[in-house]
Design a protein. Structure first.
Length: 303
């Protein structure tokens, strides 16, 4: 996973927030990822102004928060987050903003993981935190957008009850497009159900379960930790024994390493995009799946 090691910039002088009079029109919302940002925009439409605190290409464990983002956090009526252990920087950001209502459980906090059937819930996600949380990449199952947008609708309607009907209509339109997308994506990947795959980073269990892929192993022995030569040798033996046909990489994966493993095992490579905006073709939530399904189907197509 691509890394940015700049320290958290929470001690810098905060830029003056634009709140209240003179602020942009619309309910101000902070999201921790571009994926949540686009889902809030689908429900809120023109009634919301949403900013993602993290960019589309980032290491969630090494985010630099700028003073302008802290200022936006201070002005936000709602903070929408992935939850689990995906934002270890967020508690410090909220503390710097001085807004306890945005802290976990506060009136302005929305943990989008609530109501999601989590995968790998028995596996601790951080070496510094041995609690079992579950894999945090649940937005990569498009079916989970139903629960996420339902939670967003309820929280926006609580803040603006007079606009509940508008938010509900927006969500209904999005769900209709989602339904059409799901039919399209399942149809495209139906010939490849049961394909065994190795992933570089454990971003893809929800995507794999939805579309019938079987993830055998991850190249990274621990999320974010590169494999050793011995680990790779063992992995390659497992891939050959299991008949693995596919390696799922990400745009910032070590391309040379991926090519080496593919060359030694005969597996094909699909470079998939885990977040909205990480590729010019993935400009919104549905386009993210259009792109990934297209790339996956092309990688698995017969020569």
């Amino acid at each position: 996973m691509r890394r940015f090691f700049a320290p958290l910039a929470l001690t810098a002088a905060l830029a003056g927030p634009v709140c209240g009079a003179g602020a942009p029109e619309g309910l101000q919302v902070a999201a921790t990822t571009t994926d949540l940002k686009t889902l809030v925009e689908e429900v809120g439409g023109g009634r919301v102004m949403v900013e993602s605190l993290a960019g589309a290409v980032h290491d969630p464990h090494a985010i630099e928060i700028k003073p302008s983002q802290i200022a936006r956090l201070k002005c936000s009526a709602l903070l929408v987050r992935i939850g689990l252990d995906h934002e270890p920087w967020l508690a410090r950001a909220v503390a710097a903003a001085g807004e306890p209502r945005l802290a976990p459980g506060g009136e302005g906090d929305l943990d989008a993981s609530r109501g999601i059937a989590l995968l790998q819930s028995e596996t601790p996600r951080l070496r510094t935190d041995r609690r079992a949380h579950g894999n945090p990449h649940y937005w990569l199952d498009p079916e989970n957008a139903r629960a996420i947008t339902a939670a967003i609708l309820e929280r926006l309607a609580r803040l603006r009850p007079e606009e509940r009907a508008v938010f509900a209509a927006n969500r209904d339109r999005f769900l209709a497009r989602l339904e059409a997308g799901l039919a399209r994506w399942k149809r495209a990947l139906a010939p490849h159900r049961g394909t065994r795959a190795v992933v570089v980073h454990e971003s893809w269990p929800y995507f794999a379960e939805r579309f019938g892929l079987v993830i055998v192993a991850a190249m990274e022995p621990t999320p974010g930790v590169p494999p050793t030569p011995a680990t790779l040798a063992e992995l390659e033996q497992r891939m050959k024994a299991a008949g693995v046909r596919l390696i799922i990489a990400e745009p910032w994966s070590d391309a040379s390493l991926v090519r080496q493993v593919a060359g030694r095992t005969g597996a094909r490579v699909a470079v998939l995009v885990p977040s909205v905006g990480a590729d010019p073709a993935a400009l919104d939530y549905l386009a993210l799946f259009d792109l990934n399904v297209k790339r996956l189907a092309a990688a698995l197509a017969s020569p």
